[in-house]
Design a protein around this ligand. Structure first.
Ligand code: AMP
Length: 272
């Protein structure tokens, strides 16, 4: 498994591999890898990638000023070992300084799907995500890139960016990997105390009840999550493609939730 710190080094290697006929998969991550991330590497393997490039980069541009950029868990050594074991063939772990040169001044803005949900609560977040992912696409020349349904809005925004900017690659979205309790796996779960972890299960439990039809409105879902002791940021029902609000929870919708468990912001969603 190769490792790259310099964008140019990754770009040169990927270009050479591509010219040699290799099918390249890109798996963008912020590290602190867990089974959710590893499932994306497995998906890349299943789709026949010859080279699986995992990027590990806590992207400062997608964090708001009062968010957890500094506290975000980082463990380069463990991440490398996990990538190797999962079958990645290259890992890219750049520094902010070599991803964003002095006077960096070009950003990618998606202006439709980014408006609501997390985009409304985290101004500038998707601008940061789109910018870094566009850079990674230009560095890795992937035939396809794998994202998780866990970040549903993000996956839709990236799909739109790929369509609208004519990136020559496929976007693959892999299902949400959960802990045995149902809690969606997340690097941020590392912030949770044992007691918080128990409370946090209310999010996935409630969304499962929504999908099963036992909880019929987003207001009822929000109440159930609050009752467990979380602070709801939003629970919304949207069209799964356009992300436009839908009044009734019905087929073709996605119900998404974001809630604070203590100081930790968690997200989850279900497709109806
Ligand atoms: P992150 O490191 O949190 O930025 O996530 C990197 C990629 O892994 C994104 O495409 C996420 O959607 C995906 N991902 C994170 N958690 C999970 C999960 N529990 N199941 C599936 N994919 C995930």
């Amino acid at each position: 498994m190769r490792t790259f710190k310099e964008p140019k080094g990754l770009q040169r290697w990927c270009r050479a591999r591509k010219l040699a006929g290799a099918k390249i998969a890109l798996v963008p991550t912020m590290g602190a890898l867990h089974d959710g991330h590893l499932s994306l590497i497995a998906a890349a393997k299943r789709r026949g990638a010859d080279e699986i490039v995992v990027s590990v980069f806590v992207n400062p541009v997608q964090f708001g000023p009062n968010e957890d950029y500094s506290a975000y868990p980082r463990d380069e050594k463990a991440d490398l070992a996990k990538c190797r074991a999962a079958g990645a063939t290259a890992v890219f772990f750049p520094t902010p300084a070599n991803m964003y040169l002095p006077r960096h001044s070009v950003y990618v803005n998606e202006e439709d799907l980014s408006k609501g949900l997390c985009g409304a609560r985290r101004p500038g977040h998707f601008r940061g995500v789109c910018t870094v992912v566009a850079k990674l696409f230009n560095l890795a020349h992937p035939d396809f890139a794998v994202f998780g349904q866990k970040d549903y809005q993000q996956a839709q925004v990236i799909r739109r960016m790929v369509r609208d900017l004519n990136f020559d690659l496929d976007v693959v979205v892999a299902p949400i990997v959960r802990e045995p309790s149902g809690l969606a796996r997340s690097s941020r779960n590392a912030y949770l105390s044992d007691a918080e972890r128990e409370k946090a299960v209310a999010i996935s439990r409630t969304l499962a009840a929504v999908k099963a039809g036992a909880v019929k409105t987003v207001a009822a879902a929000a109440k159930a999550i609050e009752r467990a002791g979380l602070k709801v940021d939003y629970v919304e029902c949207v069209d799964a493609e356009t992300l436009e609000p839908r009044r009734r929870i019905s087929k073709g919708c996605c119900v998404l939730a974001a809630a604070y468990c203590g100081r930790t912001r968690l997200i989850d969603n279900v497709l109806i």
